[in-house]
Design a protein around this ligand. Structure first.
Ligand SMILES: [Zn+2]
Length: 365
C-alpha cells in the first residue's frame, strides 16, 4: 500500500468540513501540541508583510506573491512532491519564510490574539502553545519584543475573550532547526522529530528522495526514541513518536514510563508521509497497547487549515475512534498536561459532565 493519494486527502477534508460531527463540535477539548508560528495563516501573513514592507517571495517557486489568493495557493502543502516540487522543503520554506513578516511587538500580539480567538471559537478548554524564540532572535528580533507582544495578547485574551491565561499560555521551546535532525526539547517533555525532515544540503535531499521514506526513517526513529525513553530524564511526553507503533520494545518502554506519561500525535501532520496503515493502524496499535495518547494539530496553517477539531474528526472517520475513545483522549490530555491540580480537576469535571449529558441526549437539546 502506497502513501495516501492527495485527492483522497482532499475528499477527507471536504467530508469533515461539510458534515461536521455534532459530538466533536460540543466535546470540550485540550490541545497540547501546537506551534504558535504554525498558526500563521496566509491572510495574516499577507497583512503583516504589507504593513512591515516585507516582500512575499518563494525562492523555490521563483515567485513574488502580490495577493492573498496567490499566497494561499503556495499553502497547498499536502500536495505531493510531483505537484509542488520537493515536498518537505516546501513546508519548511513556508513555515520559516512565514515568520519573516513578524517584526514588531504588535505582530506577535496579533498572531497570539488571532489564535486565542480561534481557540475560543473552537471550544478549546486548555492549550499549551509553544513558540520558538530562536527562530526570531536569529532574524534579529529581540526576545523582549516578541515576549511583550505575546504577553499583551495573553492579557487581552483573558480580558476580551475570556480565555484564561492559566488555560491557554505561550511556552518557549528550545528548538533546534529541524534540518539538523535533533530532538526538540521543551521541559519537561521531549520532542522527537521524524528523521525524514529535510537536510540543509540539496544533494543530500535529492539522495534522500530516491530512498523510500520508511526505509530510512524507521531505524533512525527507533534508535532515537529508544535513547530518549531510556535517558534518566523526568520525561513526561513524547511528540512525533508514531514510529514507535511498529516496535514492541518501544511500546513496552512507553508503557513502563508511569503515570502521567503520554504521547501527542497530530494526524494531519502525518498524512503526506504515511500509508493509511502506518498512520491509522499505527495509532490504533499504540492505543490498544495502552499508550496514553492526546491528539493535537501541530502547525495547522501549514497542513491546509486542519485545526484540532479536524484532527479529531479524521480519527473518528478514518481511525475508527468511537465517541467514548475521543472523550478518553481528552482525559488523557488532562493527565498529561502541565496545568495545576485545580485546573485539571475543573477540566475533568467539565469533560465528565459533557459525556454524561451527551449519553443522555441532553447536549445541544
Ligand atoms: Zn510539532
Amino acid at each position: 500500500m502506497g502513501r495516501i493519494p492527495y485527492p483522497l486527502l482532499q475528499t477527507w477534508k471536504s467530508i469533515i468540513q461539510t458534515t461536521p460531527s455534532p459530538f466533536l463540535l460540543s466535546l470540550p477539548r485540550l490541545e497540547l501540541h501546537l506551534h504558535l508560528e504554525g498558526t500563521l495563516t496566509p491572510t495574516l501573513r499577507f497583512t503583516l508583510a504589507r504593513r512591515n514592507n516585507i516582500p512575499l517571495t518563494s525562492a523555490r517557486l521563483h515567485k513574488t506573491f502580490t495577493s492573498v489568493e496567490e499566497l494561499q495557493e503556495a499553502y497547498q502543502l499536502l500536495e505531493p512532491a510531483s505537484i509542488k516540487g520537493p515536498g518537505v522543503s516546501a513546508f519548511f520554506e513556508a513555515y520559516y519564510g512565514g515568520m519573516e513578516c513578524l517584526r514588531e511587538e504588535r505582530d506577535f500580539y496579533e498572531l497570539g490574539m488571532e489564535y486565542f480567538a480561534r481557540a475560543s471559537r473552537m471550544g478549546v478548554r486548555y492549550c499549551e502553545v509553544m513558540f520558538d524564540p530562536q527562530a526570531h532572535t536569529r532574524r534579529g528580533i529581540p526576545v523582549p519584543v516578541l515576549m511583550a507582544g505575546l504577553r499583551r495578547a495573553e492579557l487581552d485574551a483573558e480580558e476580551k475573550l475570556d480565555v484564561k491565561r492559566e488555560k491557554c499560555k505561550c511556552t518557549p521551546i528550545h528548538n533546534v532547526h529541524p534540518a539538523r535532525r535533533s530532538p526538540l526539547i521543551r521541559p519537561p517533555a521531549l520532542r522527537v522529530h521524524r528523521p525524514t525532515l529535510p537536510p540543509h544540503d540539496r544533494r543530500h535531499r535529492a539522495r534522500q528522495q530516491r530512498v523510500p521514506a520508511p526505509a530510512v526513517a524507521q531505524p533512525d526513529a527507533h534508535v532515537h526514541l529508544k535513547q530518549i525513553l531510556t535517558e534518566p530524564l523526568r520525561l513526561h511526553r513524547v511528540d512525533h513518536g508514531l514510529d514507535a507503533a511498529v516496535s514492541g520494545d518501544l511500546v513496552e518502554l512507553m508503557r513502563g514510563m508511569g503515570e502521567g506519561f503520554g504521547m501527542t500525535i497530530c494526524p494531519w501532520a502525518y498524512v503526506r508521509h504515511c500509508t493509511e496503515d502506518e498512520l491509522f493502524g499505527g495509532i490504533r496499535r499504540l492505543w490498544d497497547e495502552g499508550v496514553k495518547i492526546s491528539f493535537s494539530s501541530d502547525s495547522p496553517a501549514y497542513v491546509q487549515g486542519n485545526w484540532v477539531v479536524e484532527n479529531l474528526a479524521l480519527l473518528k472517520m478514518k481511525g475508527g475512534f468511537s465517541d467514548e475513545e475521543l472523550v478518553q483522549c481528552q482525559r488523557n490530555a488532562v493527565e498529561m498536561c502541565w496545568a495545576s491540580e485545580e485546573i485539571k480537576k475543573e477540566l475533568l469535571e467539565e469533560i465528565e459532565k459533557f459525556w454524561e449529558e451527551w449519553k443522555r441526549g441532553q447536549v445541544g437539546a
